[in-house]
Design a protein around this ligand. Structure first.
Ligand SMILES: [Zn+2]
Length: 241
């Protein structure tokens, strides 16, 4: 058996297996595993890693761990250099795990391209994320450890509004939101439509009090800037995005 000394940054501690949550520890291993596998074996998905050094030299995930190595792992937040998976320069397009319906609505509210279905299975999520180069958002660490996942994030909070704030900070999206741009129901684009064109679809009070309407190009859902719109703006103001 071999040993290595591991140091991790504080933002990664909550990802470690319960019972071994410490910034510094000795790790025992056999053979010469790739460092990516060692990091995931202690509980940290590769998508959460910003930088790794071995014996004070920056390395990539393919590095084979040697007996006696001193390993330092930084989370994305605390890394000095850009993320190993370098997603921050790319367009933020998301796919969400199937327990995150409310977060999907918030991200669509903000105008971000967000795929969500409550019946996606794990292999399907991984395939779509990989093929479409989408960022996988989940509370399931094991899902992020799949080798096909390049871009992902493990949500710390269990509260949808707080999760949206986490995503905005993690992917540097402040100032990039486009409210009233995407359908909350299906992720399609919404565009203006004349009142006359949809008059027969409106309830009497909506017909009487509103003049400006929008329609989803994909599912034909109709939107107008009523009380739900004010509610949405209040939510966005609270998120300070
Ligand atoms: Zn729609």
């Amino acid at each position: 058996m071999h040993t290595t000394i591991v140091h991790i940054s504080e933002d990664l501690i909550d990802l470690l297996h319960p019972g071994c949550r410490s910034i510094d520890f000795v790790y025992t291993f056999s053979g010469n595993p790739a460092i990516k596998h060692l990091i995931e074996a202690i509980g940290i998905p590769h998508t959460e890693v910003g930088q790794v050094e071995v014996n004070d030299i920056p390395i990539d995930f393919k590095y084979k761990v040697q007996n006696g190595d001193h390993i330092k792992v930084w989370g994305v937040k605390n890394a000095n250099i850009s993320n190993i998976t370098t997603e921050t320069d790319k367009e933020a397009r998301f796919i969400l795990d199937n327990h995150l319906g409310k977060l999907a609505a918030y991200l669509r509210m903000l105008g971000f391209d967000t795929l969500y279905q409550n019946n996606y299975q794990d292999p399907e999520l991984a395939i779509i994320a990989s093929k479409q180069n989408r960022i996988l958002l989940t509370r399931d660490r094991r899902l992020l450890m799949r080798s096909t996942i390049n871009r992902g994030y493990w949500l710390r909070s269990q509260h949808p509004q707080q999760q949206a704030i986490e995503v905005i900070k993690r992917f540097k999206l402040i100032g990039k939101s486009k409210p009233f741009h995407r359908c909350l129901r299906c992720n399609g684009f919404i565009i203006p439509i004349s009142k006359e064109a949809i008059l027969d679809k409106l309830l009497p009070l909506t017909r009487r009090y509103y003049e400006e309407f929008y329609i989803c190009q994909s599912c034909n859902q109709i939107y107008w800037k009523g009380s739900h719109y004010e509610h949405m703006l209040n939510i966005l103001r609270n998120m300070e995005v």
